[in-house]
Design a protein around this ligand. Structure first.
Ligand code: HEC
Length: 132
């Protein structure tokens, strides 16, 4: 009986520890992979991208400074953002895809604003996972 009580107590502790992890899992990377269909006409997540797509590879984009993909010709607007220190944090990425033209005025990326907060969160979770 004492064993059972101890097991129950341990389970309670384990569940309490799990809670924050579960909250973070609200963004669904698997769903994000489907949202990426809005991007993959112009972007791949292939580190060895050779096909000449309109946009740069988004392999490990999170944490990367803007406009730093070797061999890709970025707009002056994006290069200026990179030079000014823009890093693709989850927040920056979210703001960019929510409204590319508002976040980087003059960007070459012609993406209609992605209005769904859930879609953006899932997509960012997917891109954070890709290649890691
Ligand atoms: C119609 C083509 C097109 C679509 C669709 C598109 N992009 Fe882009 N994307 C571009 C182009 C072109 C650039 C380069 C922009 C510039 O230099 O101003 C770019 C740049 C980016 C960058 C900056 C990369 C870097 O290294 O600085 C990110 C991040 C990005 N796109 C994410 C996305 C995501 C996420 C989606 C889908 C929701 C998406 N894009 C959809 C064409 C596209």
């Amino acid at each position: 009986m004492a064993d059972l009580a101890r097991a129950a107590a341990m389970l309670a502790v384990a569940l309490a520890c799990l809670k924050p992890a579960m909250a973070a899992a609200e963004a669904d990377a698997a769903r994000g992979e489907r949202v990426f269909q809005r991007c993959y006409a112009c972007h791949s997540v292939d580190p060895d991208e050779t096909a000449k797509l309109q946009g740069p590879s988004l392999f490990q984009v999170l944490g990367r400074p803007a406009a730093r993909v070797a061999g890709f010709e970025f707009s002056d607007a994006m290069k200026a953002k990179g030079a000014a220190g823009l890093i693709w944090t989850p927040e920056a990425l979210d703001a960019f895809i929510a409204d590319p033209e508002a976040f980087v005025p003059g960007t070459l990326m012609a993406l209609p604003p992605l209005r769904s907060e859930q879609d953006r969160a899932d997509l960012v979770a997917y891109l954070a996972r890709v290649g890691r």
